[in-house]
Design a protein around this ligand. Sequence first.
Ligand code: ADP
Ligand code: MG
Length: 556
Amino acid sequence: MGDLLIGVDLGTTNSEAAFINDKNEPEIIPAREGSFGGKNFPSVVAFRKDGKIIVGHAAKRSPFEKITGFKRHMGTTWKYRSRTLNREFTPQELSAFVLKKIVEDAEAYLRKKVTGAVITVPAYFNDNQRQATKDAARIAGIEVRRLLNEPTAAAIAYGLGKAKDEKIAVLDLGGGTFDVTIMQVSSGVFEVLATSGDTELGGIDFDVALMKYLRDKYGLEETPDMQRQVELAKMELSSVDVTYIGDIEVTREEFERVIEPVLKRLEDPIRQALKDAGLTPADVDKVVPVGGSTKVPAVIRKFESIFGSEKIVGGVDPMRAVAIGAAIEAAVLEGRWKGEAPILVDVTPLSLGVEVQGGLVSVLIPRNTPIPYSAKKLYTTVSDYQTAVRIKVVQGERRLASECIPLGEIVLDGIPPAPAGVPKIEVTFTIDENGILVVKAKDLGTGKEKQLTIEAPHRLSEDEIQRIIEESKKYEEEDRKLAEKVEVQSKVVQMKKALKDLMESETFKELDDETRSRFTAVVSKLDEVESKADLEAIEKELAELARKLYGAEDES
Ligand code: ADP
Ligand code: MG
């Protein structure tokens, strides 16, 4: 029994898993009990009186206590209290039950040990939600080799991401959520430009609308069994024009009329995401349908009406796309993917740097740098006889460190006393393929070094990242002015110090009165410096003075 990594789409209503077989083809992992129309692993957990916990189709069918939709609570303090078992469960624990079932069924089907997985999460998931997903895997006893954004996984499954500079819209209509992600993809780099959505819009709304229609028209009773039949009838209407519930005939035309108000609700999130990305529908090159509910032909027609029919990509089951993309990435990580799928390149979503004199940021790794990556810079002390430096690591796009996100700091002490500017402190930033940042500070004089590991510097949600970038654009001019002021001020301090040293020296005392008083005048002028222009004028004056001085020496 060899080891294998699988791809897992851990969904709100349904989950799916896939792997890449020996023929280099994606294969969906079946549930041991079968698939029953929907996905293989309904994200449903049921509790039995005998203490047993059941997951998947049997749980979905259970007439007893059951819970679903817990993905919505990942990363929060929400807990589910089971009446039957009289105990509480965190969303991570509930997700772990689903993951465990998937791994067990996968191992039975593949006759291999599943050691790890690539698990997908919505693009908008923040640090807490991502961490909670990792915790769920840990509880289930599997290693998360990588968390992948759902829209990225779907795009990979459709074979996108290899071209240069393509803008894609991933439209994921699942069981109860609609997620819109606008991405810029270029040679394996997937950059999220905007996300939007409706957390209360999905296939369930089609079911509810159809159920209500049938109740009003034929007096159908809303029993759990009837609800299941209605959902199955809805699914059938995606591929046939007419279906039957008992002896009631339902046509696709009728169904489409009934769901018209639900379809209308798809428009706003799409418009919003486009607006946030600063794009019009015409700017989008490809539209990627994802989620079981995009099998409804009227949903695709709605997308076509916004973007144009030629842009909708096909050839992949939209309900399986996320799991397939995760499986491809898993095979890439195992080094056994033979196709020409994009080698997923992660980039640093925000710049990483250190705070320097005057509270400014010195950037070591700029935003959008493909990782892994390493950068090195030399710094020095700002005061005489300074024996310690504090290296504050920050992340963000503003020029002022106080406006960026602090990630940690290193205090490097034991620097031999020396005049300001003499010690050489080498700072190295190394970011590995998992996004872990190691910061090293080394005093080149003594060889003494210290290091700091920052686990997940960029575990911000894509929305937070976009907000930070937007904000930096808004303050660009203001920050530039402030940065210039700080630079000028520190230059003035340096110049004053240099001039003071000069004026206390023996050579200065030997100068004629006029030159000496000109120097003194320059020093007093330095006190009034406001802008770069003032400073440049003074620097020019000093340069002239110096030339005169040395010129005079030359003549003698
Ligand atoms: P999620 O990712 O939110 O868990 P999925 O992408 O698995 O959801 O989609 C589940 C939804 O897709 C359910 O509402 C289900 O009824 C619907 N669905 C599945 N197959 C079809 C189909 N052939 N036609 C219409 N709806 C479908
Ligand atoms: Mg989904």
